[in-house]
Write a protein that binds this ligand. Structure first.
Ligand code: NDP
Length: 300
């Protein structure tokens, strides 16, 4: 079989960002509104600092206002909740992103619950989780949807067109990735199987998949002979592994070189799902602002 077609998430994300940038400019002309994204980082975790910086930078590049809030690691829960309340009430802020994980003294679910669901651009508020969980097949995604799963579904729709009737196997059931991916695929009329660490004979189950989404956080766990010839594989995993020269490299949850000759479409790591996450955050922020302006939903 010919080599798989690599799904170029980097290029798709660049295109999505461009479309969002145009949407921002059009919105300004039509309403005078500038989408505003507030990021909140508690503590000084280096990886989180990099993520938050790149989110703020991208927002600014797309013509959005960005508000960067940094709090010390020892911040009390009530203090963080007070900041969230201020951002909820601020008309210049349309999207609020509280960078996870939060320090131990803070109850994450309490903070996520405190974010105004209309400004919840991560899609983690229980109201938005419930909206996705109960969405009708094909209904518009006119509410915030978690960014990485949204990115996966955009890449799949771009690669395959209609997903209806395909058997999708989602490996991983986290609230961040696996579950929302499965719900988005159900909405797209796939037949969905969700696998997790208790699943029996995972290789045999994966071989049944027309669409295989892997989000487990285990480096190169899924091998080429787990993949049905002609399947589409979305590798969400981002794992840093050591190399022989003492450095490190990023790999996915799938053995890319083995999957490449078998699959019809495959996301690389890096350069697949990863770049979609921040682009979808920008998309969610634009959509939240459009909703605030009372404009009808359009998938930019
Ligand atoms: P979690 O650790 O929260 O969840 C992992 C899931 O994988 C769990 O449901 C777990 O099952 C399942 N799992 C673990 N081991 C196995 C196994 N041996 N067989 C079957 N299932 C297994 O991880 P996340 O969902 O947050 O992230 C998954 C991966 O995606 C990570 O590599 C992460 O870095 C990456 N990621 C990438 C993003 C991007 O932007 N591209 C964004 C977010 C995450 P159980 O429920 O039974 O424990």
């Amino acid at each position: 079989m010919a080599d798989a077609k690599r799904i170029d998430g980097k290029a798709f994300a660049a295109d999505l960002r461009e479309r969002v940038g145009r949407g921002v400019a059009e919105l300004k002309v039509a309403t005078g509104m500038t989408p505003g994204l507030a990021t909140v980082l508690v503590g000084a975790d280096p990886a989180s600092q990099v993520y938050v910086r790149s989110k703020g930078k991208m927002a600014a590049e797309l013509g959005m206002a960005s508000f960067d809030h940094r709090l010390p690691a020892e911040t009390a829960e009530e203090e963080l909740l007070a900041l969230v309340a201020t951002l909820n009430a601020d008309p210049a802020v349309n999207g609020i992103l509280v960078q996870l994980p939060l320090p131990k003294q803070i109850d994450t679910s309490r903070v996520l619950l405190a974010v105004d669901p209309d400004k919840d651009v991560d899609g983690f508020h229980p109201i938005n989780v419930g909206r996705l969980g109960s969405i009708a097949p094909g209904a518009p995604l006119d509410f915030p949807v978690p960014c990485t799963p949204l990115g996966c579904s955009m890449l799949l729709a771009d690669a395959l067109g209609s997903l209806a009737g395909r058997h999708a196997v989602v490996v991983g059931r986290s609230n961040l990735v696996g579950r929302p991916v499965a719900q988005l695929l159900l909405r797209a009329n796939c037949t969905v199987t969700i696998a997790h660490s208790h699943t029996r004979d995972l290789p045999a189950l994966c071989r049944l998949a027309d669409i295989l989404v892997v989000a487990i956080g285990r480096p190169e766990f899924v091998h080429g002979d787990w993949i049905r010839p002609g399947a589409t594989v979305i590798d969400v995993g981002i794992n840093r592994v050591p190399t022989v020269d003492g450095k490190s490299r990023l790999v996915g949850d799938v053995v890319f070189a083995e999957a490449l000759p078998v699959a019809a479409h495959l996301t690389p790591v890096p350069g697949g799902v990863g770049p979609m996450t921040v682009a979808c955050l920008m998309y969610n922020t634009l959509q939240a602002t459009r909703r605030k302006a009372g404009l009808p939903f359009v998938a930019v």
